[in-house]
Design a protein around this ligand. Structure first.
Ligand code: IDP
Ligand code: MG
Length: 138
């Protein structure tokens, strides 16, 4: 069993498409074991995305991610990290495969609908960034 962190980004919350994303997660057999809606400050978004500090898109990305509420979730299942990344699709929606969430709902390379941890070490950091042990359900 593996855990990964998923985020439904502000654009999707704003457009009223949260349910569509959650349906895809459930239909794929990933279990949602924690979930909440939060509005990040710019500083919190910078902390979450610290690995991208210094990149040309860092300021825009962290401004966007703090521009409105997001839905954060812990997904659990066998190979949850890679399965969620496959469901999400490529970073750039224009390059994402047919059938992926980013292809269906992404606007551009920044407003690409969802986030997913890329490794078990980033999953650990990202889950603990948003959730305490008490908030993780079985
Ligand atoms: P990922 O979300 O597919 O793991 P990362 O390379 O980790 O992609 O980038 C984190 C986020 O930063 C992306 O999801 C996207 O919102 C944004 N981003 C990545 N590359 C670019 C870019 O070239 N221009 C603008 N935003 C970008
Ligand atoms: Mg990433």
């Amino acid at each position: 069993m593996e855990r990964t962190l998923a985020i439904i980004k502000p654009e999707i919350v704003e457009r009223g498409l949260v349910g569509k994303i959650i349906s895809r997660i459930e239909e794929a057999g990933l279990k949602i074991t924690a979930m909440k809606m939060v509005r990040l400050t710019k500083e919190q978004a910078e902390g979450f995305y610290y690995v991208h500090r210094g990149k040309f898109f860092f300021h825009e990305l962290t401004s966007y991610m703090s521009s409105g509420p997001v839905v954060v979730m812990v997904l659990e299942g066998e190979k949850a990290i890679s399965r969620w990344r496959l469901l999400m699709g490529a970073t750039d929606p224009a390059k994402a495969q047919e059938g992926t969430i980013r292809k269906a709902f992404g606007t551009d390379i920044q407003r690409n609908a969802v986030h997913g941890s890329d490794s078990s070490s980033s999953a650990s950091f990202e889950i603990s960034f948003f959730f305490s042990g008490m908030e993780l359900h079985a």
